[in-house]
Write a protein that binds this ligand. Structure first.
Ligand SMILES: [Zn+2]
Length: 117
């Protein structure tokens, strides 16, 4: 094996590793497989897929919207409107809560892979 060839081989391996790293990173940021868990006074009320647009009315208290991989409280009957003013959430573990109405909206990771940054 010539020295030049070895160097080229090392370069090719480096490129492949970089490509794999990029692919792995994009897989980590994928929204697929994540779901939105809506709870009413601690009880599970509904589970919605995060990758499918939807609008859910929670007992006339709140309207929860799933849109383009994000979820947020569109409207609520509560007085302080903290839930409505909360930015849309999209990552596993994030929560929007409407404390006066006892409604929580949490993004959950489905499946066994629980590694995320
Ligand atoms: Zn609220």
């Amino acid at each position: 094996m010539s020295k030049l060839f070895k160097r080229d081989l090392a370069l090719i391996v480096a490129i492949i590793l970089a490509a794999l790293a990029l692919w792995g990173a994009s897989a980590l940021f994928k929204k697929e497989g994540e779901s939105v868990e809506v709870r009413l006074r601690g009880e599970l009320y509904a589970v919605l897929p995060l990758n499918k647009n939807a609008e859910l009315d929670v007992e006339g208290l709140c309207t929860v919207v799933v849109e383009d991989g994000e979820t947020y409280v569109k409207s609520s009957t509560c007085r302080n409107k903290l839930c409505e003013n909360h930015r849309p959430i999209s990552r596993a573990g994030e929560t929007v809560a409407c404390l006066p109405n006892g409604v929580t909206v949490t993004v959950k990771k489905e499946g066994g892979a629980d590694f995320y940054v």
